[in-house]
Design a protein around this ligand. Structure first.
Ligand code: SF4
Ligand code: SF4
Length: 131
């Protein structure tokens, strides 16, 4: 299930900033985050590239990437970043947006059958729905 943003969805940048609380516009692409990320080898978009793509407005590519699910929220990137940009929070914000816009809680089993979401995302959504 590929995400296709509506042309009117010009607030996504603000949404990511608001949910994460992190200003990705401060990134100057030093690469310290990527060099310290323990799972960068498994990602299809490197941590520093996430910020670059956010600054360029390439939201769809990010929301459809594997990187946002592979990040283990270890906070190493934020600890190494000279601007204290916490990519764990940015990846979490991207995951939240993807889940909210694509998981139909009234049709959770159909969503699960697409294989687009990791089990943990489905279980978390299911818990919210049933609690
Ligand atoms: S460490 Fe910080 S400034 Fe450097 S590339 Fe990563 S997010 Fe950008
Ligand atoms: S929080 Fe995510 S992006 Fe940052 S170093 Fe850890 S795994 Fe990599």
């Amino acid at each position: 299930m590929e995400i296709t943003l509506k042309k009117t969805d010009i607030t996504l940048r603000d949404k990511i900033l608001k949910i994460s609380g992190e200003d990705f516009n401060k990134c100057y692409q030093c690469g310290m985050c990527t060099s310290g990320c323990p799972v960068a080898d498994e990602m299809d978009i490197m941590p520093n590239q996430v910020n670059m793509m956010l600054m360029l407005g390439q939201f769809e590519e990010l929301l459809n990437s594997q990187t946002i699910w592979i990040c283990v929220a270890c906070f190493e990137c934020g600890a190494r970043c000279p601007h204290n940009i916490d990519l764990a929070k940015i990846n979490e914000a991207l995951r939240e947006i993807k889940i909210r816009e694509n998981i139909d809680l009234f049709n959770i089993w159909e969503t699960a059958s697409t294989g687009e979401f990791p089990t943990i995302a489905l279980v978390a959504s299911f818990r919210k729905f049933t609690s």
